[in-house]
Design a protein around this ligand. Structure first.
Ligand SMILES: Nc1ncnc2c1ncn2[C@@H]1O[C@H](COP(=O)(O)OP(=O)(O)OP(=O)(O)O)[C@@H](O)[C@H]1O
Ligand SMILES: [Mg+2]
Ligand SMILES: [Zn+2]
Length: 157
């Protein structure tokens, strides 16, 4: 039997580790963050074993701390995700994404006739009617949207 040589993933000096991502959703998370880009080092683990989740994805991004609007989008895709901010190789903040009871402005209503799509200044607003699997309902026209419709809004992978 062969034993593997130890292969360590390079730690990041400054940046963000997004841990506990729903298995197989790492690419959706990267899509939300407009990554990979030419100058950002990204390490992705998919279907990694996790004691808490069975399987999970993990994304490590060098040189970038996430903005709260990005964290709010990630909550729609990976509601268990934890956001670890790394500075000088140490975790300085450990946060959890938060799926609120209402979602304002992040996604668009799928109904083209909805007032949020026809009247310019009206922001979208949804109630979360189910968290997992995610289902939201438009406050204005009551159109329901499921996980797949929401993911599609972030564009093709
Ligand atoms: N400098 C770093 N570079 C790359 N990854 C890092 C760095 N520091 C921590 N991590 C990663 O960040 C994640 C969270 O680290 P932590 O040490 O808090 O692990 P943990 O105790 O398993 O956390 P949790 O309780 O959130 O599961 C781990 O996946 C760890 O490998
Ligand atoms: Mg852990
Ligand atoms: Zn609507």
């Amino acid at each position: 039997m062969k034993t593997p040589r130890e292969l360590k993933v390079t730690p990041i000096r400054n940046g963000t580790v997004i841990d506990h991502i729903t298995a197989n959703k790492a690419l959706h998370v990267l899509k939300i963050l407009n990554l990979p880009s030419q100058e950002t080092a990204v390490t992705i683990g998919m279907n990694v074993k996790s004691s808490q989740m069975g399987a999970k994805d993990i994304v490590k991004i060098e040189g970038r701390e996430l903005e709260s609007a990005e964290v709010d989008k990630i909550a729609l895709i990976a509601p268990q995700a934890t956001i670890n901010i790394i500075r000088d190789y140490e975790i300085v903040t450990k946060g959890k994404v938060k799926l609120l009871e209402t979602i304002s402005g992040i996604i668009r209503c799928a109904n083209p006739n909805c007032i949020t799509n026809t009247e310019e200044p009206v922001d979208s607003l949804f109630y979360v009617t189910s968290q997992e699997p995610l289902v939201v309902r438009c406050y204005f026209c009551e159109r329901a949207m499921d996980q797949a419709e929401i993911e599609n809004q972030f564009g093709p992978l």
